[in-house]
Every structure is written in structure tokens, then in C-alpha cells.
Design a protein. Structure first.
Length: 438
């Protein structure tokens, strides 16, 4: 075996590489709720890998489906040929999706799903003869992957800073969370609507006839677990309807039971025009992403005088047979074990357990939604992010717990198969690690 410090090959993200090599956190195996280190230490998975493995790890039926598919049909070219798994998966996703989101396009990641959705939005208006609708609107603190489209509409300035102007004509809605205001605003029915009215200001500034689409994560995930204030998503939908603007929900994190429903759209009773998904569609086993598209959009390409042929977009690995087989087996697990319902039932248990950490040293705020939790820690002087980083490292090395961090925020997003005892264990270990980094 090669030790990570010996590796000349490089594949970790730029930002993680150096710190990792100083202090490697190597993983060798996984099963159900646990990872195992090369020396056999069990690590409770508090983050479903990376918001992916909602069915837990290495589930026998999913493994068997991938193996059987590899033996049967390893690859199917994506443009002029098809295979049954892709069609079956598309129709199963359509049946799970809200409203008339009846068509699925497949790609290989969340970033590709976002770029695909943005391209579909622009092409839709072109096909409809409204090619002037080119502006895209994202949200501050939105994360939409690392494609050029995703970083353009994404609301993280540092992710854009090396790449010039990127997509022209992008605006960002203000973000909707502030610790100071949250206590008295999150539950206020009008507050979310009030914040969403910022979209009206952007429309007034640019004119609706120039705006193609708005893209938001229903709950901003990787920038710190920021639930939407009450009424926010509903008001965005109203304003988009008023001006004929397309609404895209990026559900790469929220989808597949994370918030107790197949999609967050269902939880909030809002039907967007497109939903992007990835990660948990096949419980993280084989790279896959995709976009669910409304009939209105699909029909504009398929039934109008212009044909789909005018929109060239697709990937060599779109609807890869292994990814599709894994997804179909995963959706069976979700259904047979009622994992979305389970997440919903566990939501209050999880919330109460996490909230018990309030009052620990340096804990500034705790938020939960579905089976997602976040703990904001206070920074040490002149060392932003260092406390959470140390917490993540110690949790893994000393306590056998995997957590996720962004800045000084710890995120926990366990597989949906987590037991109540394991929620207790997770929170107990979190409490210990927070005390340890005091
Ligand atoms: N959108 C959202 C909401 C995400 O959370 C992520 C990844 N965390 C992405 C898009 C990008 O997905 P990927 O890393 O698979 O490209």
C-alpha cells in the first residue's frame, strides 16, 4: 500500500490537498452507517459521505444490481441508442416528482445538472421566440457546483474570483439568513415573502422580458444549512409566474428524502419548472446527475415547429447503465424501507438531540431541517475556520465520527437509515468534540 504522503498522483480538491497530506484521513471500506479506516477503525458516518449515501453504504441489493448490470451491459452510447434502464429510471423519477415534471435528462454530477438546466432555460426562450430572455438570477450563498454556469449563478464570490466575468447578465438575490434576525423572523409568515420581493426589484431593474430563469437551492446546503424562511419559495414562484420567468430548484442536496420528501418542492408545496438532482439518486454509488423538466418545457422542444435537434447537449456517459441500475435499486430501497417517511418521523428526534448541544462553549447557533443539522462555532482570533477544522479532524481521528465543515459551520446529514440510538451516539460525539476544541 502507498501512504498518501508518497503519492505523486494528485486528485484531491486544491483547497484540501495540503492539509490532507499533513494529516491523512484515509478510508478503506464502508457498510451501512459506518466507514472503516485501513486499520479497521469504525467511523460513524454523520454526513452520508457527502450528502450522497441516503440508503447507507454498500447495501447488498444495490451492489448486486451494479454487478449484474456490469456483467450484462457495460455501456450504451447516449446519442442515437438507448437502453431500458434509462427509460425505466426516467419514468420512475417522473412519478416521484411533483406537478408535471415528467421528463428526465441524465448527466454525471450536480455541476453538470446545473449547467444543463441553465442551458435548457436559455434554449427554451429561444425556441419560444423570446431569445431576449438571457439573464439568470441566483442567490447569495447559493452553491450550484463548479461548472461555469454553476459558479456564475452561485452566490459564493470566492469561487468566482479567478475566472473573470463568467456568464454575462447574472444577478443574485440577497441571502435570507442572519443569525441575529433568525429568532424572530424565520417563523414569521410574511418575512420570507418580504425577502423574496427582492426578485421584483431585479425584475423592475432589468425588465422581465430579459430574464430567463431563477435558480435557488430550496435549503442552501453546503454554505451552511440555511432553511428558507416561511413563504420565501412560495413568493418566488408567484413572482416568476407573474413575469413568465422559469424557476429552477437545485435539489442536489435536498432531493431523495433528505427533508422527509422525495423532493423539497413537495415539502414546500411549490412546483418549479425544473429540478436538478444528483448525489442520493443512487445513494452515491455511481456518478449520476440529472434534470427533471416540466412538460411545458419539454413540449416546446419536442412538439413545436423547432425540433430538439437544434439543442445540442448531452454527455457520453448520460444515463450510464451502471448509474441507472444503481439508481433503480436505490429507489427500491427508499420505497421498500420507506426511508423518506423515516426521515420525516426522525426529524423531531434529530432536532431535539442536536438542540441539546445549545449552550456548549463557542456554539453560536444550531439549525435543523429534515435530517440535516448545522452548528455554527465561534472563530478563534485570527483563525477563521480553524476551530471547525480541528473538530472535523478530531471527530474522525479520536472519536470515530465523520462530519462536514464549511467555514466555522459543522454540518451533519446522516444516511436516512440512522437509528435513534445512533442519533444519540452522533450527538454525544459531537458534544465531546465541541468541548475538546473549546
Ligand atoms: N448543487 C448543489 C446544491 C450542491 O450541493 C452540489 C454539490 N455539493 C452541486 C450542485 C454540485 O454537485 P457535484 O459536486 O456533483 O458537481
Amino acid at each position: 500500500d502507498v501512504a498518501p504522503n508518497d503519492l505523486e498522483a494528485w486528485w484531491l480538491p486544491f483547497t484540501a490537498n495540503r492539509a490532507f497530506k499533513r494529516n491523512p484521513r484515509m478510508i478503506a471500506r464502508a457498510k451501512d452507517m459506518h466507514y472503516y479506516t485501513p486499520d479497521g477503525r469504525a467511523v460513524l458516518d454523520g454526513v452520508a459521505g457527502l450528502w450522497c449515501c441516503n440508503a447507507g453504504h454498500n447495501r447488498a441489493s444495490i451492489v448486486a444490481a451494479i454487478q449484474a448490470q456490469a456483467a450484462e451491459l457495460d455501456f450504451s452510447p447516449a446519442f442515437q441508442f438507448g437502453h431500458a434502464g434509462g427509460f425505466t429510471l426516467a419514468s420512475r423519477l417522473a412519478a416521484m416528482a411533483p406537478g408535471d415534471l415528467d421528463h428526465a435528462f441524465f448527466c454525471n454530477s450536480g455541476s453538470e445538472a446545473v449547467d444543463t438546466a441553465l442551458k435548457i432555460a436559455l434554449a427554451y426562450w429561444n425556441v419560444r421566440g423570446e431569445g431576449g430572455r438571457t439573464r439568470l438570477i441566483g442567490r447569495e450563498r447559493g452553491y450550484h457546483g463548479v461548472g461555469f454556469g454553476g459558479i456564475s449563478v452561485g452566490g459564493i464570490v470566492t469561487n468566482r474570483k479567478f475566472f473573470g466575468t463568467l456568464l454575462a447578465g447574472v444577478d443574485h438575490l440577497p441571502h435570507t439568513y442572519s443569525r441575529e434576525h433568525q429568532a424572530f423572523t424565520m417563523g414569521e409568515p410574511d418575512w420570507g415573502a418580504h425577502l423574496a420581493d427582492d426578485l421584483e426589484r431585479i425584475v423592475t431593474l432589468h425588465d422581465a422580458s430579459t430574464i430567463a430563469a431563477v435558480i435557488v437551492e430550496p435549503m442552501a446546503g453546503s454554505t451552511g444549512v440555511l432553511p428558507p424562511p416561511k413563504g420565501y419559495l412560495q413568493r418566488l414562484r408567484q413572482i416568476c409566474d407573474r413575469h413568465g420567468i422559469l424557476l429552477i430548484f437545485d435539489e442536489v442536496i435536498c432531493g431523495f428524502g433528505r427533508l422527509g420528501h422525495a423532493f423539497a418542492a413537495e415539502r414546500y408545496g411549490v412546483v418549479p419548472d425544473m429540478i436538478t438532482f444528483a448525489k442520493a439518486v443512487n445513494s452515491g454509488t455511481v456518478p449520476m446527475g440529472g434534470v427533471l423538466v416540466s412538460s411545458r418545457i419539454y413540449d416546446a422542444f419536442m412538439k413545436g415547429p423547432e425540433r430538439t435537434i437544434e439543442l445540442f447537449h448531452g454527455y457520453t456517459y448520460s444515463a450510464h447503465p451502471l448509474a441507472c441500475a444503481a439508481a433503480l435499486a436505490t429507489l427500491d430501497v427508499y420505497r421498500d424501507e420507506d426511508l423518506f417517511g423515516r426521515a420525516k418521523r426522525l426529524e423531531p428526534v434529530f432536532a431535539e438531540a442536536l438542540m441539546s448541544l445549545r449552550g456548549l462553549p463557542n456554539v453560536l447557533d444550531i439549525r435543523t431541517l429534515g435530517l440535516v443539522g448545522a452548528i455554527d462555532l465561534a472563530s478563534r482570533p485570527d483563525a477563521a475556520g480553524a476551530r471547525a477544522f480541528e473538530a472535523m479532524d478530531r471527530a474522525f481521528q479520536d472519536l470515530g465520527l465523520m462530519i462536514r465543515i464549511t467555514g466555522e459551520t459543522i454540518a451533519v446529514t446522516p444516511p436516512l437509515i440512522i437509528s435513534e440510538d445512533q442519533i444519540g451516539e452522533l450527538v454525544d460525539k459531537l458534544g465531546r468534540v465541541i468541548r475538546a476544541v473549546a
